[in-house]
Design a protein around this ligand. Structure first.
Ligand code: AMP
Ligand code: GLY
Length: 423
């Protein structure tokens, strides 16, 4: 079978790496891909939201499975685009319908879904420019810190956590009246603050059955000790050591099952990943967000632990037979450390030559923002290269990643040296 992966980050290199290992894969294409995917697949310079160009490629290359990496094409309806086209509707698309993608595309939609299905989450109310004064009154009923969320997609920047009530009111005004996050903040969800440690759970569902994939914890802030600006993610550790069997069974019973059953009950077409962001409050899991795709860099730590043929799992998704799948997981921990361009997540330079990739051993290198220029691998984004290592002890796995990063070089390379500090 010929397969297409959509996207260009570390997540997509990891998908390509696993898919390329499958006997079920004949030719593998990645659009647009990066220097890492170029070494194991054919990169095609097509944007992930250019549906008509994707259609042409799929037909020309006889592609039978499309794995969608990022949320943007899902929220824009790529899955429905395939389903409603008579030339494409037999192709397996890994990624939910436009309706299902609203779980990530709209915070309010997600909160309403959570409440309809009695899934534990923070109390909330949502407001628009017309109800901004009511929003301020609602803030007064809460205690600090205050959580404000832009309803729509805001490139991971749409959540503000504020200590001061006056600041919270003025940010609410900024979001609603001054459209701080553009159309994404025409509506704002104000939430009860949940105090606890975060983790993420990943589920692959065919809309009826599901498998729960390994947990992971990511490190979102740029600075050590979880300080400074939010990034796409500076590293990940899988599994999360504190997610023991009894906690996982709460997650399964109180969150995963009602989510999958809720989607089915509401006839929401959902064949793909559900990434559930959770906070452990006391001994109980509460949902802070849904994403309708895998996480990046969580994928770089989670997928290498899956020993089952990934393409076979995806085929089961297409055939709604995931109940027949047998998931085998490497029991060891996997740790991913992300190297980034100096300046990221603010302005940074691109085009810096990367050296040392070939000298890395005992770890897996996943490319994120890289490309090939005049035969050399150069930086092409904020997040550049992820290094994933295994060990029974996550601390030793981290040491392996750090030792290998020492062999990598590009101008102004930065990475966090404290991953796992909170575990
Ligand atoms: P989200 O985009 O919804 O995942 O929010 C981004 C980050 O804000 C999360 O990873 C949490 O660290 C934090 N966060 C979101 N909602 C809450 C909440 N209700 N209580 C505490 N922290 C939150
Ligand atoms: N690492 C967080 C995300 O992929 O959204």
């Amino acid at each position: 079978m010929n397969i297409l992966v959509l996207g260009s980050g570390g997540r997509e290199h990891t998908f390509a790496y696993k898919i390329a290992q499958s006997d079920l894969c004949d030719s593998l294409f990645v659009a647009p891909g990066n220097a890492g995917t170029a070494s194991i697949a054919t990169n095609v310079p097509i944007a992930v939201t250019d549906f008509s160009a994707i259609k042409e490629l799929v037909i020309e290359k006889n592609i039978k499975m499309v794995v969608v990496g990022p949320e943007d094409p899902l929220v824009k309806g790529i899955s429905d685009f395939f389903k409603s086209d008579s030339e494409l509707n037999d192709i397996v698309v890994i990624g939910p319908s436009k309706e299902g993608a609203q779980l990530e595309g709209s915070k309010e939609y997600a909160k309403e879904f959570l409440f309809r299905h009695d899934i534990p989450t923070a109390a909330y109310q949502s407001f628009t420019a017309e109800t901004v004064e009511e929003g301020k009154k609602f803030l007064e009923t809460l205690s600090s810190p205050y959580v404000l969320k832009a309803d729509g997609l805001a490139a991971g920047k749409g959540v503000l956590i504020l200590q001061d009530i006056e600041e919270a009111k003025s940010e609410l005004e900024n979001m609603l009246t001054n459209k701080k996050f553009g159309a994404a903040s025409e509506k704002v969800v104000i939430e009860e603050f949940l105090d606890g440690i975060e983790l993420s759970v990943f589920v692959l569902t065919d809309g009826k059955n599901y498998v729960t994939l390994p947990t992971a914890k990511d490190y979102k802030r740029i600075g050590e000790g979880d300080t400074g600006l939010n990034t796409g993610g500076m590293g990940a550790i899988s599994p999360v050591p504190f997610a023991n069997a009894s906690f996982m069974s709460k997650i399964e019973e109180q969150i995963v099952k009602p989510t999958v059953n809720g989607l089915a009950k509401e006839n929401i077409d959902y064949k793909g990943f559900i990434f559930i962001g959770l906070i452990k409050v006391g001994d109980d899991p509460k949902v802070i967000e849904y994403n309708v795709r895998m996480g990046d860099p969580e994928t770089e730590a989670v997928l290498p632990r899956i020993q089952t043929d990934l393409v076979q799992l995806f085929k089961h998704v297409g055939e709604q037979s995931l109940n027949e799948a047998h998931l085998e997981i490497d029991e060891r921990s996997a740790t991913t450390v992300m190297t980034v361009s100096g300046g990221y997540p603010e302005a940074y330079e691109k085009g810096k030559e990367i050296s040392g990739i070939d000298t890395i051993s005992d770890s897996i290198v996943f490319h994120a923002g890289t490309k090939i220029e005049e035969g050399k691998v150069v930086t092409n984004g904020g997040r550049v290269i992820a290094v994933t290592s295994f060990d029974n002890d996550f601390r030793i796995a981290l040491q392996k990643s750090y030792a290998n990063i020492e062999k990598l070089h590009f101008d102004k390379m930065y990475f966090r040296k404290d991953l796992g500090f909170d575990l």
